[in-house]
Write a protein that binds this ligand. Sequence first.
Ligand code: G16
Length: 565
Amino acid sequence: MQIQTIQTNAFDDQKPGTSGLRKKVKVFQQPHYLENFVQSIFDTLLENGEVPAGATLTLGGDGRYYNRHAIQTIIQMAAANGFARVMVGQAGILSTPAVSHLIRKYQTFGGMILSASHNQGGVHGDFGIKYNISNGGPAPEKITDTIFAKSKVITQYKIANLPAVDIDHLGETDFGGMNGTGKFTVQVINAVQDYADLMQTLFDFSAIKQLLASGFKMKFDAMHAVTGPYAREIFINRLGAPTASLMNCEPSEDFGGGHPDPNLTYAEDLVRIMFAGDSAPDFGAASDGDGDRNMILGKNFFVTPSDSLAVLAANATLVPAYAGGIAGVARSMPTSAAVDRVAAQLNIPCFETPTGWKFFGNLMDAGKVTLCGEESFGTSSSHVREKDGLWAVLFWLNILAQKNKTNSTPISVAQILKSHWLAYGRNVYSRHDYEAIPTDAANGVIQHIKAQFDRLPNQTFASHTDKSYMVKTCDDFSYHDSVDGSVSHNQGIRILFDDGSRIVFRLSGTGTEGATLRIYLEAFEPDSTKHDVDAQIALAEMIQIALQISQLKERTRRTEPTVIT
Ligand code: G16
């Protein structure tokens, strides 16, 4: 195997965002762009002396356009940078939670996941790369900061002149090692069995099978993305669900032209089915491009991700893997405090971290938390170090199976939520996204709010009802990691009101076009007679206050959010 050293010029825009580097495909297609970023990752690892002899790299992606090209390039660069083996998903496809599991199960050195997650795919869509470390989780900020620093000064990269590897057939291909020494192996694997086996160790498959055989109807939408083959193996082959329970399970390079984001706007086909009145299935779910997000629906009912996390925590002991209880929970700052109430009742710790799954890794490694979740449709546990879409779906099915086993009248998703709110109160919650707005205007909104920090506390906002909202405090959230002592600043603006409600403003770190401004709204409602009120109605005044404080409409000329969750 011959190694070539290629001279290159640095790019100045390779800063990883909330989850890896995401750009339009055409940006990645610029000469040397992909190679520069991959070499910056390897240089970061090598600097710490961390690529030991015999190291294996796990490699796969969500199957979007450019995956195949990137996989061949990364294999050649891994060979040139001293890896002994690359474990690659068949056809280059691996879900994000499956990569996390493979890294942990086979103790590989780390993994590269080729995905822009829920962002659109295809020639005109997005592509992305994220690096996961040996615990299976996303690289923490200290690593991504170093990768960015290296990408700004890179002058050369190393690549081996290997022929294209057949990644469509299972098996191993050996090549001579670097400069004629040792051996370099590419192993093509099918991770579906490994992942399904893991799920079977966590959940009560026979109880779920019984539920699905009892006339209970489910619909799972893979959104033409990576979870299709996993869903087929788990729901059809192992749990006996009828094939009609699945939709859009063929992964495609452009996700069937859709937006693989499991929310009420982009999963519109599933939403239509689930809100079809009495004929709707009992349970619906969708996952995103790379399979780490999930949306949970009941018959004519939407479960917010924040509520979903709280329900999973409150019912964890119904699931075999968590029957002995959970050590603690964690949520990202913008996620509602519904899970905090459960943690208080269970007398377990609850951590508030910045947005980004990477912040949960230390807490899980230290055994401080078992379940984690984010308002952005992410939930998971310490079985892997990523969020896990199908895991969340199975968790809900396991809860439903157990609750329906012991009750003569069927218990629905909506009823589970309503009794949860009755027990804990309801954290009414909504997120308004303003996508692809000019970056200057978005930064202007944030600066404008920050400029009011001194005068907002104690200010009262007029209300259309007799209720008034007084600001208690406001800040830009900082996180102190209790495990490694690191501090992360500027993680979102919080405006906290004296009645416990709050508004959070944050710029997304995953968009690729202009800026996406997110407004997170939350109010606590203890009165059960008001639990059925639609969140947009219950939060109407908070929404007006958010627009008033931010001057968002005036500054961005947008009249409506792009997505309301
Ligand atoms: C990524 C991260 C999540 C984060 C989400 C939203 O999700 O893994 O931890 O909550 O982005 O980030 P933002 O609000 O900055 O857009 P995914 O599914 O895109 O990898």
